[in-house]
Ligand binder design. Structure first.
Ligand code: TMP
Length: 211
């Protein structure tokens, strides 16, 4: 596909939403047509799925049910939003994607990684991000930042050990795919973090203009 696919990943409170917004704004100012989107929940069906996935009253949902709902959201999102934008040659900036599923449902919940990767490949139609920014942050700090916003969904109710496993999962993915996944220390002020991300964005969009 002609476009460029960029994802932002990280634990709760790592600044993904703010930084993906800043990245989109930056690329728009550079003249690119950008679609800013997120998972779960950026389609009509996805909004319903997100409501179920994050409902604190559904704490006892089976991990496999949860996994399949994330894949349902991804399938809808890829078919309706991401793939069409990439076909049009646009830049897609997505707040969370497959690495979230591998880290949260795989490393966090303990679902078999081979099973997970197999179904993930189907739900994302084989699409892979060209660049992934992993915002790495101490779990305690991430949860502290989040507690300031009074957000208490199903994942924010998980214990520290769960979030530690998620963080380690992310770092493991980054170790396996250093070309695609760039790890950025998210403990610093947002402008400093963004300055470090900018050259990665430039490289990703340059690749598109020369291909
Ligand atoms: P958000 O708060 O970043 O919008 O994400 C909602 C929650 O969904 C967050 O706690 C991480 C979780 N999540 C997964 O567990 N697996 C996934 O595949 C995705 C996309 C998100």
């Amino acid at each position: 596909m002609k476009g460029v696919f960029i994802t932002f990943e990280g634990i709760e409170g790592s600044g993904k939403s703010t930084l993906s917004r800043m990245a989109s704004e930056y690329l728009r100012q550079r003249g690119f047509s950008v679609v800013l989107t997120h998972e779960p929940g950026d389609t009509e069906a996805g909004r319903e799925l997100r409501r179920v996935l994050l409902d604190p009253h559904l704490k006892g949902m089976h991990p496999l049910t949860e996994l399949l709902l994330y894949f349902a959201d991804r399938s809808e999102h890829v078919h309706r939003v991401i793939a069409p934008a990439l076909r049009r040659g646009e830049v897609v900036v997505c707040d969370r994607f497959s690495d979230s599923t591998i880290s949260y449902q795989g490393y966090g919940r303990g679902i078999d990684l081979d099973v997970l990767r197999y179904i993930d490949g189907i739900s994302r139609m084989g699409l892979r991000p060209d660049l992934t920014i992993l915002l790495d942050l101490d779990v305690r700090e991430g949860l502290r930042r989040n507690s300031l916003t009074e957000k208490r969904d199903r994942f924010e109710q998980e214990d520290m050990a769960f979030h530690e496993r998620v963080r380690r999962g992310y770092l493991r993915i980054a170790g396996e795919e250093p070309e695609r996944v760039k790890v950025v220390d998210a403990s610093r002020p947002i402008e400093v973090v963004f300055n470090e991300i900018r050259p990665h964005l430039e490289r990703a969009v340059r690749k598109q203009s020369t291909s």
